[in-house]
Design a protein around this ligand. Structure first.
Ligand SMILES: [Zn+2]
Length: 115
């Protein structure tokens, strides 16, 4: 016996029906969209915050900073938009056009991509 994904009521009718009514289908889909939107909003906020921090510390387009300084501003190393592996074996992490490269002793090189 099939039951509605939203309210668990028994479904009558076609075998492939997932919901007992249009109302339940809408409620179910709205919940899914809301959750993914909340998640995406949180990720986007983290990316924006990281980007703001890098922009703030890298006014000249190329500068150096420390892990402690980034962390003190609330930088979250888990969030970035893309990774660039150079032929010389370096790995740059980018937030849009602002990037960083880990140097020795917890120093970071900050760079800005020419677009
Ligand atoms: Zn239902």
């Amino acid at each position: 016996m099939k039951t509605c994904l939203e309210c668990d009521e028994k479904i009558v009718g076609r075998e492939d029906k997932k919901f007992c009514s249009d109302g339940c289908r809408n409620a179910y889909n709205n919940k899914i969209n809301k959750d993914s939107n909340n998640f995406m909003r949180n990720v986007n906020n983290k990316l924006r915050k990281n980007y703001r921090i890098l922009s703030l510390l890298n006014i000249d387009g190329k500068s150096k900073t420390t892990r402690a300084k980034l962390l003190s501003k609330g930088f979250d190393f888990d969030f970035f938009t893309n990774i660039l592996h150079t032929k010389t074996g370096n790995t740059y992490y980018f937030l849009y056009d602002q990037g960083y490269l880990l140097l020795d002793n917890d120093y970071f090189m900050l760079v800005k991509k020419d677009i």
